[in-house]
Write a protein that binds this ligand. Structure first.
Ligand code: NAP
Length: 492
């Protein structure tokens, strides 16, 4: 492990691991990975709630350079994905360059040396030239401040900070929220809990999840004929890619709406319940939920949909805005993540003392979701507006890891001490993408979602095909950046 690493990668999740492997492949070895948890995995280490799984096809929710022939099913569950991440981590020997249980407290750019001062818990300060932050796009739980929550005698737990010792058997459980996490939790705990109340503020559009185990023959084929897995992956990739056309041209989403309404009609025979579950905004505006067992779970006698927000907590339960009171032993907050400014809690100070909070006071912005004006030699993974609206995030991560490694090479080849995206390039880029996003379903579909920030700007989605993102991230252009100073290393 480098004593004085030139590059610090923060996070040993899918993004940080990919960044590290890309550097290794390009012959760059003077880096270290800092990870606050005790092991690799990132989001898949944290999201261990009951039923946790991925709604992206398993063959696509894996690195292109590390295919896994023996996925158990078409959509993988959390334990299998976590094992996959650990396997890749071990295969590339990343344990040798990773410091676990090492939390970064602050990042401060030193204008005099063009290096970052990365302070970790315990007082140590590392001084790399480059920081790559793979700290997760959906990492900080959104925990609403419910009136009276502190008086509640039961347990309140957020889906992304699951308590493995929590036994729901025979308990009265409330699940707050009906997003991607909730629709996985509800079917998983129905039947185990004495009763489940599902607290829905806004209904969401649902499409069936065609999950099934891979047959032994399919797995055999993937193993002995890797090209067959590539074909499978490509078919999945291009069908996801087609969906983006509809997201950017909302009238085309009528096809999705018809399938969703048909699913609802088939799975929810009760017209009253069906009415409560029917959204009044365009499908795709909120991330479409892929599930085949959520609606059937709602039809159970021991599961009740509560069609109202929470007004307040009391000692034995909670009252909803429609005045009903529900007793509960456990409340699961499936209320999503803080996404408005996902670096709001980070202490990142760039050139000239500019903090990330100041830089992003009007909203998150970056260039290609990776570089931020005012923050030289700082690379963000899965940054603003790089998220795939319909594509596997692994595709975005791989494109960014490649791009960042190219930027580092460019900087080193130029003998520069710092590389910073030009403010005008960043501004023009953001103007262009926000103009495009204005007509997307996320912006115009008539809903509120985590894609939009408080001002209504879409700070998450990439407004186009993932191919267009891939093309732009192939080779950074020197014109985009300020390259400053000759580095001491280059001068030697
Ligand atoms: P989410 O989609 O943001 O859903 C949050 C839910 O909580 C919504 O139903 C929201 O209601 C509700 N809520 C928030 N604050 C509330 C409050 N104060 N009172 C009552 N209800 C409240 O969160 P998520 O389900 O955790 O998913 C977030 C993202 O994580 C997903 O979109 C996806 O990108 C990712 N994810 C992916 C997978 C996967 O399978 N790949 C699985 C889980 C999560 P409103 O709609 O009314 O705001």
């Amino acid at each position: 492990m480098a004593d004085k690493p030139e590059i610090v990668i923060v996070g040993a999740g899918l993004a940080g691991i990919c960044a590290a492997i890309n550097l290794l492949k390009k012959g760059v070895r003077d880096f270290v990975i800092l990870e606050k948890a005790s092991g690799a995995g990132g989001t898949w280490r944290y999201n261990t709630y009951p039923g946790s799984a991925c709604d992206v096809v398993s063959n696509m929710y894996s690195y292109s350079f590390a295919p896994k022939a023996d996925w158990e099913s078409t959509y993988a569950g959390q334990p299998e994905i976590q094992r996959y991440v650990e396997e890749v981590f071990d295969t590339y020997g990343l344990g040798r360059v990773t410091r676990f249980d090492t939390e970064v407290l602050s990042y401060t750019y030193d204008d005099a040396t063009d290096r970052w001062q990365v302070q970790v818990a315990g007082g140590e300060v590392l001084t790399p030239r480059v920081v790559i932050a793979g700290i997760g796009a959906l990492h900080n739980p959104n925990i609403p401040k419910f009136k009276g929550a502190e008086t509640f005698a039961g347990e309140i737990v957020h889906s992304a900070r699951w308590n493995p010792d929590l036994d729901l058997t025979g308990k009265r459980v409330a699940v707050v929220g009906v997003g991607s996490s909730a629709v996985q939790i509800v079917p998983a705990i129905a039947g185990q809990a004495a009763h489940v109340h599902v607290v829905q503020r806004t209904p969401q559009w649902v499409l069936p999840k065609p999950n099934r185990p891979f047959s032994r023959f399919e797995r055999f084929l993937f193993r002995v004929l890797p090209v067959s897995q590539k074909v499978y992956r490509n078919v999945a990739y291009w069908s996801h890619e087609l969906a983006i056309i509809a997201f950017m041209h909302p009238p085309l989403l009528k096809v999705f709406k018809a399938v969703s309404l048909r699913t609802l009609r088939k799975q929810i025979p009760d017209p009253e319940l069906r009415a409560k579950l029917t959204p009044d905004y365009t499908i795709g505006c909120k991330r479409i939920l892929l599930t085949s067992d959520y609606y059937p779970a709602l039809m159970r006698d021991d599961v009740t949909l509560v069609d109202s927000g929470i007004a307040e907590f009391e000692v034995t339960g909670f009252r909803t805005e429609n005045g009903e009171f529900h007793e509960a032993d456990v409340v699961i907050l499936a209320t999503g993540f803080a996404t408005d400014n996902r670096l709001a809690e980070e202490r990142i100070t760039g050139r000239g003392g500019l903090t990330i909070q100041e830089a992003w006071r009007d909203g998150m912005r970056a260039h290609l979701g990776t570089t931020i004006a005012g923050f030289p030699n700082f690379f963000l993974m899965m940054g603003p507006n790089s998220g795939g609206g319909s594509q596997s995030i692994l595709f975005v991560i791989e494109a960014q890891a490649h791009y960042i490694a190219q930027c580092v090479r460019m900087m080193r080849a130029a003998g520069a001490r710092s590389l910073e995206i030009r403010a005008d390039v960043e501004r023009e880029f953001n103007k262009r993408i926000h103009a495009k996003l204005a007509r997307s379903v996320w912006n115009s579909g008539g809903c509120d979602s985590w894609f939009l920030d408080r001002s209504g700007q879409n700070r998450q989605a990439w407004p186009g095909s993932s191919v267009s993102y891939w093309r732009l991230t192939r080779q950074p252009s020197k014109e985009w950046f300020e390259l400053r100073g000759r580095s001491l290393e280059a001068a030697r």
